[in-house]
Design a protein around this ligand. Sequence first.
Ligand code: 13P
Length: 127
Amino acid sequence: MRIALIAHDEKKPDLIEFAQNHEARLKQFDLIGTGTTGKRIMEETDLEVERKASGPYGGDMMIGAEVAEGTCEAIIFIRDVLTAQPHEPDISALLRICDVHDVPLATNLSSAEHVIDGLAAEIGADD
Ligand SMILES: O=C(CO)COP(=O)(O)O
């Protein structure tokens, strides 16, 4: 199963901590991510992440394209909703395409915990 990890700059430490806490389980998924998020996760964990472009340069849209094609089956996207993002239309498009295709999408850490629990149970991945 292929899942995407994305975080805005202010939230990257939270997503990295999440990835460290769930490293054993996340290893059992095919991981993709936006450019800087993917780079940081690979630097700070033993996880491999297929990096798309950075968010402001189209990374959200590249992941959205995978959702539309059916190759990305869940997204954990820890958003910073207190900071204006130059690529807000791309972010909205990504959230929308997840709803169009009924793809699980966690946009905060509490829901990310539930999504990873559900996905891990689905594929029988242990912590
Ligand atoms: O901006 C982002 C998502 O909208 C994240 O992009 P980066 O991971 O490249 O910082």
